[in-house]
Design a binder for this molecule. Structure first.
Ligand code: ADP
Ligand code: MG
Length: 552
């Protein structure tokens, strides 16, 4: 037997209320998204000449009526006729947004319409015991009034209450959700979810002081006026073309995103792709400092300028989690509640696009201004090095932008380093031996001794260095790394003759023996140094592999 499962709305409502959304607070985001969609739809229809009305400067208003326990969301968008309320509101899970995009496929694909699942509106019942819609369509039809108390019964009738085009949603806030009548709470939500939405959102008014007219008397009192308090920036930097933005604009947007951050970012990466997926955004390399709050100031994910989440794991490759900024993509597959990613191929593609973009930016930064790049290296190296060991594609390009600093403040690219040490630092098998220190103070005497011999010593001091070295050794031909206190240093073949020690051979032998006896450990090698140029008379080294075993 075949049949279809009968889902009745009585059963669905409590489910929506309880389980559909993890967070009750997102009701406001959903209703403002609908108000935004209604406005953008009207904009589109007027632009193609299908709606012959004045578009004007529409805004969305959020109003608290504490006394009557009501919250109003009012838009000046395209409105709904009675027929449309029947179709779009009374049919749960029928998305008017999707239908619109389907109908105006080509012309509206960049319109920024947000809706998707046809469930957003019902999130209102998570906080309201009764919801009213009063709507007047841009079409010449009477306004309608819809009332529903959360049961499947509703009333829908014509009304003369509304003469202006647009929709007003009235939520009768339930007893367990009275916090949503608090001004602070609503302001917090508007800041979190709607800060960069594309239609201006009014929440109350504020007083503005007018400038004094020229030549005003000294004791003149400036006039003040009440103006709309607009809580969002409808055209955030990432929605603009990189060519429109100057360095200051990027910096200003950084502070707009993270008002508590006073440090300037090191540089930014503007993301902009429309094929095979749509994605825009700006990522910043923050200056690594004590006030870096990686828990709080994270990369934010938006969809058509609506905040979705700052849990971007999966979309942004792990090594870039230390960056800040925004990513906006209508194509990131999210489930209904929007905070959870549906991991799939698209997400992988986005992640590898971001990786590539960051690598490209590094290349252009180092080519544009090498000196400046050298200076920033210590702040960005942890990110780059982590990228090199964790993302193969990133590693493959890293020769063009990864730096290897020496203990005396030079910063080499890989090929520069090779050129520099080739004549002087090979072992008997012809491998280049790259000497490095992990702590300039502790390994001071070893560094000094290596430098006296004419060797370059790198300073590699980030915590992931053992992994980076392993990666480089397995990927590059005929090289090996040796920490400056490892015994390799004794086996290097140099072109120059070694300096002659002031001690004669017998004296040297006995000194060496003494030291060896006092260490009493065959794991170490004692090497005498030239006493003239070195502040340590001998160095004690240990095989590189043994030391690494401890480090890893
Ligand atoms: P979605 O936004 O995913 O399409 P919703 O449940 O949020 O689904 O809304 C259902 C539909 O109701 C919308 O697609 C739209 O057609 C209509 N609608 C909701 N709010 C408004 C509004 N403020 N103005 C005009 N139409 C609206
Ligand atoms: Mg919606």
């Amino acid at each position: 037997m075949k049949g279809s499962i009968n889902v009745s709305v009585e059963n669905i409502f409590p489910l929506i209320k309880k389980f559909l959304y993890s967070d009750h607070e997102i009701f406001l985001r959903e209703l403002i998204s609908n108000a935004t969609d209604a406005t953008l739809k009207l904009k589109h229809l007027t632009s193609i000449g299908e709606a012959k009305v004045e578009y004007g400067n529409p805004k969305i208003e959020v109003k608290i009526d504490k006394e009557n326990k009501k919250l109003h969301i009012i838009d000046q968008g395209l409105g709904m006729t009675a027929e449309e309320v029947e179709k779009y509101i009374n049919q749960v899970a029928f998305s008017g947004a999707e239908e619109f995009l389907e109908k105006y496929k080509d012309s509206a694909k960049d319109s920024g319409i947000i809706g998707h699942f046809g469930l957003g509106f019902y999130s209102a019942f998570m906080v309201a015991e009764k919801v009213e819609i009063i709507s007047k369509s841009y079409k010449d039809e009477p306004a309608v009034h819809w009332i529903c108390d959360g049961s499947p019964e509703f009333t829908l009738e014509e009304t003369t209450e509304k003469s202006e085009r647009g929709t007003e949603i009235i939520l009768h806030i339930a007893e367990d959700s009275l916090e949503f009548l608090e001004e602070n709470k609503i302001r917090e939500l508007l800041t979190k979810y709607n800060k960069f939405m594309p239609v201006p959102i009014k929440f109350g008014t504020k007083t503005e002081t007018l400038p004094l007219p020229e030549g005003a008397a000294e004791d003149a009192v400036a006039e003040t006026i009440e103006v709309d308090n607009i809580v969002n920036n409808p055209t955030p930097a990432w929605t603009k073309a990189p060519s429109e933005l100057k360095d200051e604009d990027y910096k200003a947007f950084y502070h707009e995103l993270y008002p508590m951050q006073f440090e300037e970012p090191l540089f930014n990466i503007h993301l902009n792709v429309d094929y095979p997926f749509n994605l825009t955004g700006i990522l910043y390399f923050p200056k690594l400092s004590n006030n870096l709050n990686i828990e709080k100031d994270k990369i934010q994910l938006y969809q058509n300028q609506v905040f979705v989440t700052d849990e971007v794991k999966g979309i942004v490759p792990d090594f870039l989690m230390l960056l800040r900024g925004v990513i906006d993509s209508p194509d990131i597959p999210l489930n209904v509640s929007r905070s959870y990613l549906q991991a799939d191929g698209a997400v992988k593609k986005i992640s590898s696009y971001i990786t590539k973009k960051v690598a490209d930016k590094m290349v252009s930064l180092i080519n544009e201004n090498r000196e400046d790049y050298d200076k920033k290296w210590d702040d960005i190296k942890i990110v780059i090095e982590y990228g090199m060991i964790s993302e193969e594609k990133f590693f493959e390009k890293s020769d063009k932008f990864a730096l290897y600093p020496t203990t005396d403040g030079k910063y080499f690219l890989w090929n520069e380093l090779e050129e520099k040490i080739k004549p002087n630092q090979t072992d008997k098998d012809g491998n280049l031996v790259i000497l490095y220190a992990t702590n300039a103070d502790e390994q001071h005497s070893y560094i000094q001794s290596a430098k006296d011999k004419g060797y370059e010593v790198l300073i590699l001091d980030s915590p992931i260095v053992p992994h980076l070295i392993q990666k480089l050794e397995t990927s590059k031909e005929k090289i090996s790394f040796a920490r400056v206190d490892a015994d390799h240093i004794n086996n290097l073949i140099k072109k120059d003759e070694p300096a002659i020690s002031k001690l004669n051979e017998t004296e040297k032998e006995s000194l060496k023996k003494n030291v060896e006896e006092s260490i009493n450990d065959t794991k170490f090698t004692v090497q005498l140094e030239d006493l003239d140029s070195n502040d340590a008379p001998f160095t004690i080294t240990q095989p590189e592999f043994m030391r690494r075993m401890k480090d890893m």
